[in-house]
Design a protein around this ligand. Structure first.
Ligand SMILES: Nc1nc2c(ncn2[C@@H]2O[C@H](COP(=O)(O)OP(=O)(O)OP(=O)(O)O)[C@@H](O)[C@H]2O)c(=O)[nH]1
Ligand SMILES: [Mg+2]
Length: 394
């Protein structure tokens, strides 16, 4: 199972309450107040890890609840702090604080009458961590409908709420919910005029809220193409990944990651996504939602079936692919793009390649036969140079 979007609930630990106690000992019948302080609760922390590649952990454990702080005790003993809950998520996870529908108090009073639906607002319980992490930075509206823009922390989307974090590098941490402080015990409130305070502070509540985790895979190279073009075959040829390869469309149902390793141990991550077909933007085939995973790739490889299997025409495939990429996000077309012609072992391929070059001008094409490793070493070299170039430009 591959999970790239999941809703979770998180709650940091409440602080323990302060104790109300008085010192008692043999021959000391009226010792002073001795209530210890409550311990602080545990934070809920998300940590990016490159050992994970999807959000399956949160699918099975969608409620992240940190430990509460222990209450204060007599004899001046403070409570233990609750343990932080550190949850690992894959690199490339975006964290949205989901909007909570506001409860209309008048609707509760008049039972049965359905009042107008209140607009969604950002839950107040998050505001603390949000303000802390973005110190008063004005949030800007982020329109999800046109996915042209890449959202940044602080952006607000009507459906997903506020983007509170984008965890991109291994080890990066984000405090999703801040714990409550422990309450002070009664010994803190003794004064010269009031020596026996019979009150103590309760612990502060921890932050809580609903969040949406959205994964956008961080890979160097994204391979896109029609179903059956040989994307998975190519991924298997250049990396140790073993995606399923079969002669029917939509063999690959979710993104696959492979690591391409060079003799000098230089590594590139390659992402193979499901096939795209004409009308993918209208949900034809597997739709195009999975294209979010190539949004962060440094370069794109457009893989074409040059054999023209099933009477397909590679130049039309190319045009359609670009059009679908553009409909998903025009920024995808601004990425460095490399066209690779596959299945050059097939009889029609040479003639098709010639025709392709005539029809699609100013595009250099690398011919390969992924199934038999022909042209693959050259392709690996091309990837390395292309990614280096993209890095240098950045
Ligand atoms: N003749 C020939 N067949 C190939 C070549 N590369 C892949 N194929 C075949 O093409 C078919 C589809 O290959 P896949 O790698 O599954 O294609 P894909 O693009 O990943 O397909 P989806 O996952 O469905 O999008 C398989 O039967 C492969 O054996 C090649 O270079 N030459
Ligand atoms: Mg595949």
């Amino acid at each position: 199972m591959f999970i790239d979007e999941i809703k979770i609930f998180a709650r940091a630990g409440h602080g323990g309450k302060g104790a109300i106690a008085f010192h008692r000992e043999a021959y000391i019948t009226k010792g002073g107040p001795s209530g210890g302080n409550g311990g602080r609760g545990g934070d809920v922390i998300l940590e990016a890890s490159h050992d994970l590649n999807n959000l399956i952990g949160q699918f099975f454990n969608p409620r992240l609840i940190a430990e509460v702080g222990q209450g204060g005790m007599g004899k001046g003993m403070d409570g233990h702090a609750g343990e932080d809950l550190v949850v690992k998520v894959p690199c490339g996870t975006m964290v949205w604080a989901l909007p909570k529908p506001e409860v209309d108090p008048s609707a509760e009073l008049e039972e049965g009458t359905s009042g107008p639906k209140a607009p969604p607002t950002i839950p107040t319980s998050h505001t603390r961590s949000v303000i802390r992490s973005h110190d008063g930075v004005q949030a800007r509206e982020y329109n999800l409908e046109d996915e042209e823009e890449t959202p940044e922390p602080g952006d607000i989307s009507p459906e997903k709420g506020e983007l509170v974090a984008d965890l991109t590098t291994h080890g990066q941490r984000f405090i999703l919910c801040k714990a409550g402080r422990g309450g002070l015990g009664n010994r803190n409130f003794a004064t010269a005029r009031h020596q026996t305070p019979r009150f103590a502070q309760p612990g502060e509540p921890g932050d809580e809220g609903d969040f949406l985790l959205e994964l956008r895979i961080m890979a160097d190279v994204g391979i896109v193409g029609y179903p059956n073009a040989g994307k998975s075959t190519l991924l298997a040829a250049i990396s140790h990944a073993r995606p399923k390869v079969a002669a029917y469309p939509f063999t690959t149902l979710h993104p696959q990651i492979g690591i391409l390793e060079y003799p000098d141990w230089h590594r590139l991550t390659i992402c193979d996504v499901p096939g795209i077909i004409e009308g993918a933007h209208m949900n034809v085939g597997l739709g195009h939602k999975f294209l979010r995973h190539i949004k962060r790739c440094k370069i794109l490889v457009v893989l074409l079936d040059m054999a023209g299997t099933d009477n397909r025409e590679p130049w039309n495939d190319y045009k359609q692919l670009l059009s679908e990429l553009n409909l998903y996000d025009p920024a995808l077309l601004e990425k460095p793009r490399y066209v690779v012609a596959n299945k050059m072992d097939e009889p029609q391929a040479e003639a098709n390649l010639k025709k392709f070059k005539q029809k699609v001008r100013r595009v250099s094409v690398l011919p390969i036969t992924a199934a038999f490793d022909e042209g693959v070493p050259k392709f690996k070299q091309l990837l390395r140079e292309a990614v280096d170039e993209a890095n240098a430009e950045k």
